[in-house]
Design a protein around this ligand. Structure first.
Ligand SMILES: Nc1ncnc2c1ncn2[C@@H]1O[C@H](COP(=O)(O)OP(=O)(O)OP(=O)(O)O)[C@@H](O)[C@H]1O
Ligand SMILES: [Mg+2]
Length: 265
């Protein structure tokens, strides 16, 4: 199962990606959660302390690793073929959620013609994780699909695009959904988040219907989740309406019900 999560800044991508990773891990699946946001903070959602999260060196910024993989004795020349499976064993960090966390660091667009060594390592690693591995892979991205090159995007099972009821968030989400489809991702769904009123619910559903985007879920506004980000006060998943909806989304992704049955939520 390979799930990518995208959406406008601040809409709840990291919360959704981290909670899905925790759900799959608690069901006993091997999970690799990839933080592909240039400003990574998925580790906290997976239960690491700030100190533990800050100590992680992103793959793209690990100069020793990049040199080891791509270096040659000629300056300005680097190898394009190398193995990456050992990177996962060495650098994926276990977290209290049960998922392993891999922080990619700043990744430039494969479409931009960037062929720097760090980029080629991250691209190969992303491809390996999505195409070759059997783990559940959850990808926390920024607002775009450019981390997924040709040959990789097609192998993502589903991209979930998060939006609150804000019109701008919905429009960014709509653009990401179109880009994801163009990139070849087979299933793309909108997830409403921080839904506090029936008018929020209606705004998201109407936008989705008008733009032909299936709704994969509707996560309610959850005061406990909000407060947790302010003062670290614990969230009891069993008592959290947001977690309940994310568990439902996770189950529908596993069963294929959402992709087969169209709009859920
Ligand atoms: N359903 C919810 N109910 C209440 N608060 C929420 C909910 N979902 C997310 N939040 C809060 O909204 C804030 C933004 O969430 P999050 O960090 O997951 O967004 P993001 O899209 O990953 O942001 P960024 O673009 O900065 O990476 C956080 O403080 C989070 O706790
Ligand atoms: Mg985030």
């Amino acid at each position: 199962m390979k799930i990518a999560v995208s959406g406008k800044g601040g809409t709840g991508k990291t919360f959704l990606a981290g909670s899905l990773a925790a759900c799959f891990a608690s069901d006993g699946h091997p999970v690799i959660a990839i933080d592909a946001d240039p400003a990574p903070n998925l580790g906290l959602t997976l239960g690491l302390t700030s100190e533990e999260a800050a100590a992680i060196v992103p793959v793209a910024e690990n100069e020793q690793l990049i040199r080891l993989k791509t270096g040659t004795e000629y300056s300005g020349v680097f190898r394009l073929t190398f193995t990456v499976d050992d990177i996962i064993a060495r650098f994926a960090v276990p977290t209290p959620s049960g998922a392993h966390l891999l922080v990619m660091g700043t990744v430039r667009s494969p479409g931009s013609g960037c062929t720097c060594p760090a980029h080629s390592v991250v691209k190969a690693l992303m491809r390996h994780l999505i195409v070759d591995r059997d783990d559940y892979v959850i990808l926390d991205m920024d607002a775009g699909v450019e981390h997924l090159g040709r040959g990789t995007a097609e192998r993502v099972d589903t991209m979930l695009v998060v939006s609150d009821a804000n019109r701008k968030s919905l429009e960014v989400a709509g653009n990401i959904c179109r880009m994801a489809k163009d990139a070849g991702i087979p299933a793309v769904g909108l997830v409403g988040n921080r839904i506090a009123t029936s008018s929020h619910d209606r705004a998201v559903r109407e936008y989705a219907a008008q733009n032909g985007i299936p709704v994969a879920g509707m996560i309610p506004f959850d005061q406990a989740v909000y407060d947790n980000a302010i003062d670290g006060s614990p969230v009891d998943p069993a008592a959290s309406p947001a977690f309940r909806e994310i568990s439902r989304i996770a189950a529908s992704l596993v069963s294929g019900a959402w992709q087969a049955g169209g709009p859920g939520g």
